[in-house]
Design a protein around this ligand. Structure first.
Ligand code: HEM
Length: 305
């Protein structure tokens, strides 16, 4: 669908991402917790993102910049020889390390086991959803028990719990010790465990499911966008110098802050253009016929001169 319809479609009540996902994914099953957390009626994780993560981005810019440098160094290193890398793998690895720092904290962002789970989870959830849907509903519960891929998904979430719950418990203990109120300002050391506690207000919490939802939403989307940008740069290398000049000018004058990022106008146009040329798809569930408003067009003229 052309981009010009996006606002109209986004606000159309007959279209829903979550209704489609609820239909397609057996979120009641173990293994699908990430999807389940994202589809909760009470919108807990949306509150985490809107009320906590997004307002903290200013405070987090410095952390993100430092972590990106560490991640690039770890993944690509300083090589004296040319080497080949798979662009998407590199991009996924860097994304997992950087976003993992914000979502799950410093310790887990360095834990290779958690990084592997956070990188693989999306593909496993979507893959298993598709495979289970190939079977008639009546035998799906049986297939869920015996399919090796479903068993792997369950094991992955069990492993994730073992790694994540102690980290969540640390945050709970810190809270108890410091007896800080729920309204305290967000520090840049906070992570999503703390934010989940902050916004819960009596709602049930699944720390592992919440983190898996963030992996599900952020890992492959960000990787796709980065990969497409890098491939576009390979395709049209003339864009590198103007992008670099803009970065150097803005960063020299203002440093790395959230508002400097907003001043990167060419970068912004580049990202938008890459997404226009190589769009990301999003499936929607329709509850009614959907018509889009046609673009006003000039009538064909029959005047001859
Ligand atoms: C470049 C990266 C990203 C892209 C391209 C992207 C794209 C999308 C798209 C297309 C949707 C579906 C919207 C709809 O159809 O209603 C979506 C939903 C969502 N995204 Fe992202 N996303 C990105 C990064 C992130 C990150 C970093 C987070 C979390 C921190 C996130 C969290 C979510 C959530 C929670 C939803 C579901 C929203 C809802 O149910 O209302 N996304 N994203």
């Amino acid at each position: 669908v052309p981009n010009r319809f996006s606002d109209e479609l986004r606000n159309n009540p007959a279209l829903s991402l979550s209704k489609g996902q609820k239909k397609e994914f057996p979120t009641q099953y173990t293994g699908f917790e990430g999807m389940r957390e994202g589809l909760r009626e009470d919108g807990l994780m949306l509150d985490v993102i809107n009320a906590k993560l997004t307002p903290s981005l200013g405070l987090l810019t410095e952390v993100l910049v430092q972590q990106t440098a560490v991640a690039i160094e770890h993944t690509l290193g300083e090589k004296s020889e040319w080497g080949s890398f798979n662009v998407k793998d590199v991009s996924l690895d860097i994304t997992a390390r950087v976003s993992g720092r914000v979502f799950a904290g410093d310790h887990l962002a360095r834990d290779e086991h958690w990084l592997a789970i956070s990188k693989e989870y999306t593909i496993r959830v979507f893959g298993n959803g598709v495979v289970l849907n190939l079977f008639p509903p009546l035998i799906r519960p049986l297939m869920y028990q015996i399919l090796p891929s479903c068993r792997e998904l369950r094991k992955q979430v069990k492993d994730a719990r073992k790694l994540l719950e102690p980290e969540a418990q640390k945050v709970i203990n810190q809270r108890k010790e410091s007896k800080e109120s729920e309204e305290r300002p967000t520090k840049n050391t906070s992570n999503c465990f703390a934010w989940m506690l902050d916004v819960a207000r009596g709602r049930p919490l699944d720390f592992t499911g919440g983190q898996l939802l963030l992996s599900l939403a952020a890992m492959n989307t960000t990787t796709e966008v980065t990969t497409r940008c890098l491939l576009q740069i390979c395709d049209t290398p003339d864009i590198v110098q103007p992008l670099r000049t803009e970065l150097v000018n803005i960063l020299t004058e203002f440093g790395w802050t959230r508002s400097s990022l907003q001043k990167l106008k060419l970068m912004d146009s580049f990202l938008r253009e890459v997404l226009r040329v190589h769009p990301l798809a999003s499936g929607m569930y329709t509850t009614d016929h959907v018509n889009v408003t046609p673009r006003p067009s000039a009538k064909k003229s029959h005047q001859h001169q």
